[in-house]
Each structure stands twice: as C-alpha cells, then as structure tokens.
Design a protein around this ligand. Structure first.
Ligand code: XIL
Length: 333
C-alpha cells in the first residue's frame, strides 16, 4: 500500500496532529509521527510546572526540542497550555513566607509567565490553549474553584488571553475543555465563551478535548456541540482525541484481580464504529484541526487513568504501531 498517512487522507479537510514528548521524536515512533501527522502538541513540556519550575527559572529543553523538530519538518505546533489548575508549580500561588499571594501579584506572575513563553515561540506556534479546563464540572458554580479562581475571581481568564495576545498577536488563542458535548457542561462552557467574546476578549477558538469512549458522545451530541460553539463565531478544534474502550462513568469501579484488560474483537469493532461516526461528522463540520492524545496503544495516558494499572487501547495504531480496524474506518471515505 502507498505510504499514505492520516494527514494525506485529510489534506483537504484539516491538519491532523498528535501529542508528543521530546523522547518520542528520537525514538521508534518518529517515523510513524512523520508519516501520519502534520501537527504536534507537547503533551506535558509546555505546562507551567514542567516549563517554569521556579519563579526565576524556566526549563526550555523539551519544549525547544519539540518546536525545533516541528520547524525543521514543517509541522504545525499547538501550544498547550498557559493557565490550568493542574501541573502548576506550588510557588506560583505563594509568597516568600508561604502565604497566599494577592490577586495583583498572581496576575503579575501570570503575565510574566505568559509573556515569556509565548514570546519565545512567537511565529512558531500557530495556536495556543490559553486557558484549560476552567469551567466547573457541576453546576454549583460556573468557574472551577481552583487557586486561580480563589485568588483572582474569574478575571484570570480574560487576562490570560490579553497577555497572550499582546505577546503574539498572530497566534490563534483557544479555550480548551473536556465533556463539552454533555449538554449540561456544554451550556456552561457556552456561557463563559459567549461572555468572553461579548466583552471583547481576544479569543479565537474553542478546543473540545475529545477524551471520549465507545459509548459517548452520540452523533447528535457531537453535532450540537460543534454547531453551538461555531455559532458564537469561534473556531472549533478537537484537541486531545482518544476513544477509551471503557465507559467513563464506570471508570472508578475497582479493578478485579482476574481482569486482563483485553482488546477483544467486540471492543475493536465498537471502537472502529465510534471512530467512523465521529470522523464522518468532522468531515461535514466546521472543524479546523484534530489532534490525537498520544501516538499508539503502546503508551497512552489512559493506561493508568483514572484506574491505576489498567491498560487501554484508545488510538488508531496498535501496540506494535500498526493501523487498527478503526484506522481503516477513518481513512476509507
Ligand atoms: C495529561 C498527560 O497526557 C499526562 O502525561 C499527564 O500525566 C497528565 O496530563 N487534559 C489535558 C491534558 O488538557 O493536558 C492532559 O494530559 C489530559 C487531560
């Protein structure tokens, strides 16, 4: 078969990316990355904890390696991410005595962080996930109760976008979140985004993470979410796609000792059907990019999350890097 990759099949539709670590770029998966994808997202290297471990120290090594690789191979880069409640270094929220900083100090630190990181990669990163997962999971409040919110109120969201825009006016700026197809959360994310746009905040798009499963979303949930966000006038991308073979809501059930986490023929078929369904919707939607969250089933963040030790098989390439049934459903159209 011809050396056609996902990116070639989808050339007329949207870029197809993958989340990588710096190690992936000099290892056994490098060939597969170059064959299949035309966009990269650093899986962890640009998050605040890894890249800015101490107030006066940045760790550019892995992030630079990923950006340099992408530039030399003519791949796009999506930056991920500038402000999140996880993987944030503890020093960010504390003064020299270990007490919580004031809102003014925290916004000043956020500004310094965003300005430094975005400026370094100006012109090399075409889109940034500026704020990640700020909307609460339940309806008791709109914004998640994180240290960002506790100290700044919701202002940190608009400010993060303003700082990023000032540092690179040409970069596309995204709000990124999960469970955005579930009607209840979808409507709360919608409310936040509509408010940001109406207030003149420099936001260009919304990233639907796409940590889905063989059971969700349904076709109508997916279509409704894409259409609803696009109607605000925002670009819509799928930023962290994987299709778990386990239902998310039962993920916290304890694992039985005799469970082997096998990727059975039934699961392979159900996953192929789900991938086929979502890609046929993507091809007929205003989708500006798709990024897979990891390369092959050999290593995925879902191997240990949210059930420690459990193996998952959420991607299009198997544990040997070979295309799965789901791959052929995605490219045969
Ligand atoms: C995950 C990484 O894949 C893991 O390696 C890390 O241990 C935790 O974070 N939503 C996001 C991503 O926005 O940054 C997360 O990535 C997965 C969920």
């Amino acid at each position: 078969r011809a050396q056609q990759g996902l990116k070639d099949y989808y050339r007329d539709y949207f870029p197809i990316g993958v989340a990588v670590s710096a190690r992936d770029l000099t290892g056994p998966d490098t060939t597969l990355i170059l064959q299949q994808f035309n966009s990269l997202t650093p899986e962890n290297a640009m998050k605040m904890g890894p890249i800015h471990p101490e107030e006066n120290r940045y760790n550019w090594k892995d992030a630079d390696a990923i950006v340099d690789f992408a530039v030399s191979r003519h791949l796009r880069v999506r930056g991920h991410n500038l402000c999140w409640h996880e993987q944030t270094p503890a020093w960010m929220f504390k003064d020299a005595n270990g007490n919580p900083v004031t809102k003014e100090v925290l916004l000043q630190r956020l500004k310094e962080h965003i300005t430094t990181v975005v400026s370094r990669y100006k012109g090399k990163i075409y889109a940034w996930d500026v704020v990640n997962e700020a909307v609460a999971d339940d309806s008791t409040s709109l914004i998640r109760n994180s240290p960002w919110y506790a100290i700044c109120g919701e202002d940190f969201i608009a400010k993060a976008f303003e700082y990023a825009h000032a540092a690179d006016p040409d970069a596309l700026l995204f709000y990124n979140d999960y469970n955005t197809e579930r009607p209840e959360k979808r409507e709360r994310v919608y409310k936040l985004l509509q408010h940001l746009v109406a207030s003149g905040v420099p936001i260009n798009g919304v990233g639907l993470q796409g940590h889905w499963s063989i059971f969700e979303p349904t076709a109508s949930e997916l279509r409704t979410a894409i259409d609803r966000f696009a109607a605000i006038g925002l670009k819509v991308q799928i930023t962290e796609l994987d299709i778990s073979v386990y239902p998310w809501e039962k993920n916290r059930r304890p694992r039985r000792p005799d469970e082997h986490d096998e990727f059975t023929p039934l699961l392979q078929q159900q996953q192929a059907d789900q991938y086929k369904m979502i890609f046929s919707i993507f091809r007929h939607s205003p989708i500006g990019g798709i990024t897979f969250w990891n390369i092959t089933d050999r290593r995925t963040w879902l191997d240990n999350y949210p059930v420690p030790g459990r193996k998952n098989y959420p991607l299009l390439f198997d544990t040997n890097g070979q295309p799965k049934k789901a791959f052929w459903e995605v490219v045969n159209f």
